[in-house]
Design a protein around this ligand. Structure first.
Ligand code: F6P
Length: 383
């Protein structure tokens, strides 16, 4: 492993699904490396695919100037290229053939004289990085994802922008629901974690929030909506996480891609919930699936700041001698954890999370049998 004083060149790559704030991190890494430490930065294109295929380009001040506010990633990303299980083609039955191409990645590091790589990604990307760390490549991870589900950090960049986008959409659904006396169901992303649904649901004052972590009962949801339609304001907003499921039921899978490190793509629960609500309550119901809108567009100020902090701290961690670490924020402070500890795990919403308690306190339903605790407005009480 290269000692910090001998580090001359560092690679940077963005892996997995993109999110707002990636460019803020790339910019901070590049500027910190050049300004503070006089070391070169090599951008690796399209995540681990670029490392496998040796597609790299130098990053200078000029390359990162003006990118702070831009969505996406100037380096490109890829959510299928896993070096230790890389799809090299298909057999006669259409089944993917996988090979371990870790050596090709190490070869790219040698050819480009990379002393370390800053890997910006989610749990899947960290899991892809883990075998390289074990093989002796020094990787410093930066936690990215709109899902906010990385273990070891209280927040990932991209999450707050996705929440702002989803909240804006829910606000818009609010006014049209009111005009037409309808129920509006909005499906948001998040995989197996309900962070986006919980935060955007509370921020928009949604009436029902359905999370993967709390199995829901459609009778409870329908009773709640019926009472709002009858004696409440006459419309209702339901936010559903794509990973939510009814008690005794299962998640709805929209597609399956065996060549991806995370082969399952969730989606479709919003339509099912809307159909059932309409059938059971008679209230006219519409569905909106927000989808990739939550991943696109410029980062909000909080994510520009978080991305800048993470990028700077990643370089500082490396230059202080960090090896195989992931930078995190814990209790509002920046620190780092073992990347191998964080890789491939998911941080879910605890069902007793304070925000859930607060939402229940103001009468929000989570579609389960737990009372909202409200003693006042009967329309908001889940029975
Ligand atoms: O992990 C980010 C995320 O946007 C999830 O919320 C969603 O389930 C998934 O990626 C969608 O993946 P894809 O871009 O491959 O459709």
């Amino acid at each position: 492993m290269t000692p910090p004083s001998a580090i001359r060149r560092v690679g940077v790559l963005t892996g997995g699904g993109d999110c707002p704030g990636l460019n803020a991190v790339i910019r901070a890494v590049t500027k910190t490396a050049i300004r503070m430490h006089g070391i070169e930065v090599i951008g690796i294109e399209d995540g681990f695919l670029g490392l496998i295929e040796n597609r790299t380009r130098p990053l200078t001040f000029k390359d990162v100037s003006g990118i702070l506010t831009r969505g996406g990633t100037v380096l490109g990303s890829h959510n299928k290229a896993n070096p230790s299980r890389y799809c090299v083609g298909h057999d006669g039955h259409g089944q993917p053939i996988f090979r371990d191409v870790t050596e090709r990645c190490i070869d790219t590091c040698v050819r480009n004289r990379l002393d370390a790589i800053i890997v910006i990604g989610g749990d899947g990307t960290m899991a892809c990085a883990a075998p390289l760390v074990r093989a002796g490549v020094n990787i410093i991870g930066v936690p990215k994802t709109i899902d906010n589900d990385l273990v070891g950090t209280e927040i990932t960049f991209g999450f707050l922008t996705a929440v702002a986008t989803a909240t804006d959409a829910l606000d818009r659904l609010h006014s049209t629901a009111d005009s037409h006396h309808r129920v509006m169901v909005c499906e948001v992303m998040g995989r197996n974690a309900g962070w986006i649904a919980l935060h955007s649901g509370v921020a928009s004052g949604s009436d029902v929030i359905l999370l993967p972590e709390i199995a829901f009962d459609l009778d409870v949801v329908s009773d709640y909506i019926r009472s709002r339609m009858r004696s409440g304001p006459g419309f209702a907003i339901v936010v559903v996480a794509e990973g939510a499921k009814p008690a005794g039921g299962h998640q709805i899978i929209a597609r399956h891609d065996p060549t991806s490190p995370d082969p399952v793509r969730l989606g479709g629960i919003g339509h099912l919930v809307a159909q059932e609500i309409e059938k059971r309550t008679g209230a006219e119901t519409r569905t909106t699936v927000l989808g990739h809108i939550q991943r696109g567009g410029p980062p909000i100020a909080a994510d520009r700041i978080l991305g800048t902090n993470f990028g700077y701290y990643a370089l500082e961690t490396l230059m202080k001698g960090g090896v195989g670490r992931m930078v995190v924020r814990e209790n509002n402070l920046f620190t780092d954890v073992d990347l191998l500890f964080a890789a491939g795990k998911q941080r879910l919403v605890p069902p007793n999370h304070p925000l859930i308690e607060a939402a229940r306190g103001i009468g929000t339903s989570f579609g389960d049998h737990v009372s909202s605790g409200s003693r006042g407005e009967s329309a908001a009480v889940v029975v």
